[in-house]
Ligand binder design. Structure first.
Ligand code: SF4
Length: 244
């Protein structure tokens, strides 16, 4: 028995990949797999629901059950770009748990469909390496079909599903206040989700260490950026399974 698992994260690329999977594999083999971090933007949940309805396919949710902030408290630390344990616990471990569940229930072949772009070479290499190690296959349809994120967003619009509002100010539809974000990202969080900025700044004070490498969020709010960068500065994606 084979299963085609689409990482259905709430971004436009993974939504496009979900459509691609339904066009390329038997529908009964395809699973839209979602892991809830409990700290997605409310509009991202709207997008996931509407996209699944537009494609006429259910979402399978496998989640830890805790929020990002609850993980920080349980681990007694705030995750950051150097150690994104929230991503590991809330996403990677949930995916692995689901794959084990499938195997235990008779699935002999797993194909993991991921919405990474040709620009994300490190993520692609890491995912491909992990797949070889763990005995499944990876496909990267955005790269195979030379589809851009903009084309994926246009495709969503064409289906009548508005892309998540996170894209108005962030490169990724990740958690609001993603701890992997850079300085420009955090200034955008401050402008677009001030309550989340305040919550993360308070967490830095509570735990006594910072999300960014060399400053606190409160100092950043005062000093700003030393140089101009694009407002939607990309989140530096390291060993992260989050968003697209
Ligand atoms: S999107 Fe960011 S904050 Fe959310 S789980 Fe992933 S790394 Fe952590």
């Amino acid at each position: 028995m084979r299963k085609i698992i689409v990482g259905f994260s709430g971004g436009v690329s993974s939504a496009w990949c979900a459509g691609w999977a339904l066009r390329n594999y038997p529908r009964n083999e395809v699973v839209f797999l979602f892991h809830d971090t409990k700290e997605e933007d409310p509009d991202t949940y709207r997008f996931i629901e509407e996209m699944a309805a537009a494609l006429g396919h259910p979402v399978t949710e496998v989640s830890d059950g805790r929020s990002v902030t609850e993980i920080f408290h349980d681990e007694n630390a705030i995750a950051n770009n150097r150690m994104a344990f929230c991503s590991r616990i809330l996403k990677a471990e949930q995916r692995d748990k689901y794959f084990s569940h499938l195997r235990a229930n008779g699935t002999s072949e797993i194909v993991n469909v991921l919405g990474f772009s040709a620009m994300e070479t490190q993520r692609v290499q890491r995912a491909a390496g992990r797949a070889i190690q763990q005995g499944y296959t990876c496909r990267f349809p955005m790269i195979e079909d030379k589809t851009t994120k903009q084309q994926a967003a246009d495709w969503c619009q064409g289906l009548g599903v508005r892309p998540p509002r996170m894209y108005l100010w962030s490169e990724h539809a990740n958690c609001v206040g993603c701890v992997r974000g850079g300085k420009a990202y955090w200034l955008a969080v401050r402008e677009n989700a001030p309550e989340i900025f305040e919550q993360r700044a308070a967490l830095e004070e509570e735990f006594g260490h910072t999300i960014l490498k060399d400053t606190t969020l409160r100092k950043l709010a005062v000093v700003g950026l030393k140089r101009r960068v694009k407002q939607r500065e990309a989140i530096e994606i390291g060993p992260c399974d989050c968003g697209d």
